[in-house]
Design a protein around this ligand. Structure first.
Ligand code: PNS
Length: 163
């Protein structure tokens, strides 16, 4: 059976930690769908369309990676796409509890869907969409923490010109 893997997330916005994980997962899975979850948080910085757009731009050189979005339950989207694996990244112990709950809930809802955890690269374990947004909001330097396209879009969102 062909393996179709989904890497779901909010990606508000995609960080270099996510990118590292996508590149490593793409070496394992022949077809990887990076799926932006719609309606997960009430006040996202970027719309789902903007998040998809930035991911597509950042990942355009990786042929077996597709970028899509979904709303509702991840297990329903996985069923619809005929996916058999969900990929998630683990940064630190603090991620574990939530990921553990999610993986078990998803397994209860869809027993054949396997969750595959990958450790975030050591250069990125402290990087999150949340911290990156906060640093950018107060004019801190986030270059090297997010793809170039995100850097540009965040400058625009934060009312700075692109230089
Ligand atoms: O990047 P995030 O915010 O950690 O991603 C979390 C995400 C989007 C993967 C998770 O919230 C999710 O799968 N949402 C879809 C709704 C769903 O299926 N919830 C049940 C999981 S217990």
């Amino acid at each position: 059976m062909d393996t179709l893997a989904i890497y779901p997330g909010s990606f508000d916005p995609v960080t270099c930690g996510h990118m590292d994980l996508v590149h490593r997962a793409a070496r394992i899975f022949p077809h990887l769908v990076v799926a932006v979850a719609v309606n997960v948080r009430k006040h996202p910085m970027f719309t789902p369309e903007e998040r998809v757009d930035m991911l597509r731009e950042a990942l355009k050189s990786v042929p077996q990676v597709e970028v899509d979005s979904f709303s509702g339950l991840l297990v329903d989207y996985a069923r619809q796409r005929k996916a058999n694996v969900v990929v998630r990244g683990l940064r630190a112990l603090s991620d574990f509890e939530n990921e553990f709950q999610m993986a078990h809930m998803n397994r209860r809802l869809a027993p054949k869907l396997e969750t595959f955890f990958m450790m975030t690269g050591q250069e990125h374990f402290y990087v999150s969409s949340q911290t990156v947004k906060e640093v950018a909001h107060f004019d801190g330097d986030i270059s090297g923490l997010v793809p170039e396209i995100v850097l540009q879009r965040m400058r625009v969102k934060n009312g700075k010109s692109i230089t």
